[in-house]
Design a protein around this ligand. Sequence first.
Ligand SMILES: *Cc1c(COP(=O)(O)O)cnc(C)c1O
Length: 343
Amino acid sequence: MAIDLRSDTVTAPSQGMRQAIASATVGDDVYGDDPTVNSLEERVAALFGKEAGLFCPTGSLANQLLIRQLVNPGEELLTEERAHIVRAELGAGAVFSGITTRTWHSDRGLLNADVPLALAHENAGPYLVSTAAIAVENTHNFGGGTVQPINEIAKLSKEARARGIAMHLDGARIWNAHIATGTPLHEFGNHFDTISVCLSKGLGAPVGSIALGSKELIAKARIWRKRYGAGMRQVGLLAAAGHYALDNNIERLAEDHTRAKKIARALAAHDASLINPDTVDTNIVGLDLSQCGITAAEFAKRAGDSGVLISALGKTYARLVTHLDIDDAQCDQAISALIKSLR
Ligand SMILES: *Cc1c(COP(=O)(O)O)cnc(C)c1O
């Protein structure tokens, strides 16, 4: 079997998770009758100190349901230029909600609060676009799993909110940031009006994200979820996987981080231009192949031929992601195969 490092979404539900799914108590969630969904929404909201949660099939939907509550049609959302919301959600904010965006650039996606604060233009009057919200991605996926400094988040949140600008957190991998830094989840909750979190990335559930916010905001998001066609019925089967993931798979993310660091160190020892291992904060290893004379596509092909699947995300940018279906032996095997593929 190939060692799959393309993403942390490729995990298969474990036996324990399958048992939790099989024994879940369920009801019709459109009627609000699914106890397993209700308890999961309440549980995740409480973890982040938010009033309410909404179970969503995908993180993209959770992001989109939330940002449309913060940004009116024709207003703008600011975010980093490689954020999932602007790069990987296929223009959903524009298509469904009339949201315009402006982006800033930062090395590795790392947040410097002064940059969006300088870009923001709240209440811009009748001639210019008004900034309604700022979105922060933590950890930053296409930045290479970058953890955002909590002091920059705090500063951005304080100053943006003082100017009447709302704060959204794309926290698909906030669990990784929490484990890497020890920052309590509710502290992230303090700094953001709305938060999306994924259960189907590092936590290993087959499906599921939770949208978080105030009671009033989530009640509106619930209407829009149904309007978009994502009102689900006995979906406690999937919520049970989410509960299992929260019970069992958060603390173990530290192992994924250790393995990602090990891969980065080994590849840097082979060729220092590939990556600075110090920049590997969590479970994502982003490789710069521009000095190696090989494209990311060619590298991915060679690695695949030797049994390791990786993502070619740019012409010379390749991404490797560790996750709960990769153990130490597979990690070592992957390192040898990757180095062989670079020769
Ligand atoms: C994966 C991901 C999402 C959500 O993706 P879905 O495939 O829609 O569940 C959102 N934000 C980030 C940063 C992600 O990596």
